[in-house]
Design a protein around this ligand. Structure first.
Ligand code: NI
Length: 177
């Protein structure tokens, strides 16, 4: 197992749709364990494979009672609405109140190939919707209302500028200029 780098906003892997996993083999299991380790270290409550640069349909989550893996997840039914403060490891240090379905029915498979059928609501339902979004190339930025999105883009642009300014300062220092 090893820690993987979590890709952040602006990285094209986050907006590409992932492909279904045909066979859960040792490589997929090793990938899932590394993702769990990376999620725990972050720390976060969920991590999708494309967040670490792998375009496969798989996510891991841990809502506080141990890590779980879902292979080829699909949300087959949703109901209700729920407003909740939501963040993402790929958009660090920012969070927004977002309305999503309150309850979802998630189908998928575990690492042993057993079919999963989970009725989830509120917090767990939110994790499932967020992670399935990732696997479909959708970021929480895309779930914001117009005003939230405008503000988010300004904040993210400022942050990128700040980072490049810091790089430049470091470079100047290194070169003794
Ligand atoms: Ni996320």
């Amino acid at each position: 197992m090893s820690l993987l780098t979590i890709r952040t906003y602006g990285d094209p892997v986050l907006t590409a749709v992932t492909t279904e996993i045909e066979l859960v083999d040792e490589k997929i299991r090793a990938l899932a364990y590394s993702m769990i380790e990376t999620m725990n270290e972050a720390p976060g409550v969920g991590l999708a494979a494309n967040q670490i640069g792998v375009q496969k349909r798989l996510f891991v989550y841990d809502q506080g009672d141990g890590p779980c893996v879902v292979v080829n997840p699909v949300i087959v039914e949703t109901s209700g609405e729920w407003l909740y403060l939501e963040g993402c490891l790929s958009v660090p240090e920012l969070s927004w109140e977002i309305v999503r379905a309150n309850a979802v029915h998630l189908k998928g498979y575990d690492l042993d190939g057993n079919e999963l059928n989970i009725e989830a609501e509120e917090y767990q339902g939110r994790i499932f919707q967020h992670e399935v979004d990732h696997l479909n190339g959708v970021l929480l930025i895309d779930r914001l209302n117009d005003e939230q999105r405008r503000e988010a883009k300004i904040t993210l642009r400022e942050r990128r500028l700040e980072l490049s300014r810091r790089d430049l300062d470091a470079l100047h220092q290194l070169l003794g200029e």
